[in-house]
Design a protein around this ligand. Structure first.
Ligand code: IPE
Ligand code: MG
Length: 229
């Protein structure tokens, strides 16, 4: 979700206004995804690097997170949405972490769609943590280096139990990955749009999905193998 700050600045408003207006886009993306049967929607809401933004903006984002989670909880439950989070959740302010954990617990039984908020998340953070955990197991004699497989790594990623993303959408015209799910998106289809996040609507999601449906995903194979003719 990118472009909140620019959206606000273009209208002479403070960046925080852009974040507040991005909440509607989250709702649109979530209801849009739910309606077409998407089972997992993961939103990159706050990166490890975002902590280095001006203190007032970080505080405003944390505050917005708490208010949004509290405000949307009833709606999430009404629509069968399970809330989940990945990232260094322990680093969030207490009020934020508690609100989040309460909402995760309150929606745990919902199974129509899982919305995952990546908070204080970055791929490099996750890969370092994974390496430490695996190294610790090897040192303890629970695992030999030869036993380490792709599955071993996947079991130590914060996305454990989740399928790899099929489609990655980035708004605001930037064409980069910014430390997001680097292992998991090995074969994801990428979709970029100049639309700024606060302007993102269900229609944009559907545009991305239609584009995705017309792509041939070969996973390293040749066309005849994946699309028999
Ligand atoms: C995305 O919008 C939201 C977060 C990173 C929290 P930005 O805040 O990155 O907006 P721009 O890129 O400055 O326009
Ligand atoms: Mg940005």
């Amino acid at each position: 979700m990118d472009g909140n700050g620019r959206w606000a600045e273009r209208q002479g408003e403070h960046r925080v206004m852009g974040h507040a207006n991005g909440v509607r886009s989250v709702r649109e993306a979530l209801t849009g995804a739910t309606e077409i049967g998407v089972k997992y929607l993961t939103l990159y809401a706050f990166s490890t690097e975002n902590w280095n933004r001006p203190k007032a903006e970080v505080e405003a984002l944390m505050d917005l997170l708490v208010r949004t989670v509290v405000g949307e909880l009833e709606e999430l439950n009404a629509n069968g949405v399970r809330l989940h989070a990945i990232g260094d959740i322990a680093s969030l302010p207490d009020s934020c972490r508690n609100t989040l954990q309460d909402a995760i617990a309150a929606t745990a039984k919902n199974d129509r769609i899982t919305i995952t908020l990546a908070l204080s998340y970055s791929s490099r953070w996750e890969l370092v943590r994974m390496t430490r955990e695996i190294a610790t197991k090897v040192r303890a004699g629970e695992l030999t280096p030869e036993q380490i497989t792709e599955e071993t790594l996947e079991q130590h990623l914060s996305t454990i139990g989740m399928p790899d993303p099929e489609l990655l959408i980035r708004t605001s015209g930037e064409q980069r990955l910014s430390n997001f799910l680097l292992w998991q998106i090995a074969y994801a289809e990428l979709w970029f749009t100049p639309v700024l996040w606060p302007d993102f609507r269900k229609e944009h999601l559907y545009q991305a999905v239609l584009d995705y449906q017309n792509r041939e995903r070969r996973f390293g194979l040749v066309s005849e193998q994946v699309t028999p003719r």
